[in-house]
Design a protein around this ligand. Structure first.
Ligand SMILES: [Ca+2]
Length: 151
């Protein structure tokens, strides 16, 4: 998979991004709408730089990458790698963890796990990197939260 050609980093305001999709108007252009029916809201499409009019544009995201890997010599640690991580200051990222994927699980911010920049994969896009040094439970699951900063 070539992420460089499948993911275009979004920038600017949500409204500016949506203005690039002239076919989306009214209720179909709101943050919570999902006009292409791919289960990603327009806001999520903007966050991840996918096309809100093309339900297949996020395949790269769904197959993409959250990779959890052991750390050599550190049996209690795991490296977490994900893409895309936008490097333009428009988003902040946090890792949440849980030891269960049950329906009513309370995900907790994973204390002490900082998200850093890995190698660049496209202009303005890098791999996100984080290391959990307390990956001691038999099972541990992670969520990556992306928040927009600024207006
Ligand atoms: Ca959508």
């Amino acid at each position: 998979m070539d992420l460089k050609t499948q993911i275009a980093p979004a920038s600017g305001l949500f409204e500016d991004y949506m203005a690039g999709f002239a076919s989306l108007t009214g209720a179909n252009a709101t943050r919570t709408a999902d006009p292409d029916g791919d289960a990603m809201t327009n806001e999520a499409e903007w966050l991840f730089g996918t096309d809100p009019t093309n339900r297949h544009s996020n395949k790269a995201l769904h197959t993409l990458v959250v990779m959890i890997a052991p750390v050599t010599g550190e049996p209690d640690s795991r490296d977490i790698t994900f893409t895309p991580k936008y490097h333009d200051g428009s988003r902040t990222y946090r890792i949440f963890s849980s030891t269960d994927l049950g329906k009513n699980v309370a995900w907790q911010p994973a204390a002490g796990i900082a998200v850093t920049d890995g190698p660049q994969i496209a202009p303005g896009v890098v791999e996100g990197k984080a290391r959990d040094n307390a990956a001691t439970p038999e099972k541990k699951f992670y969520q990556i939260e992306a928040n927009v900063t600024g207006p």
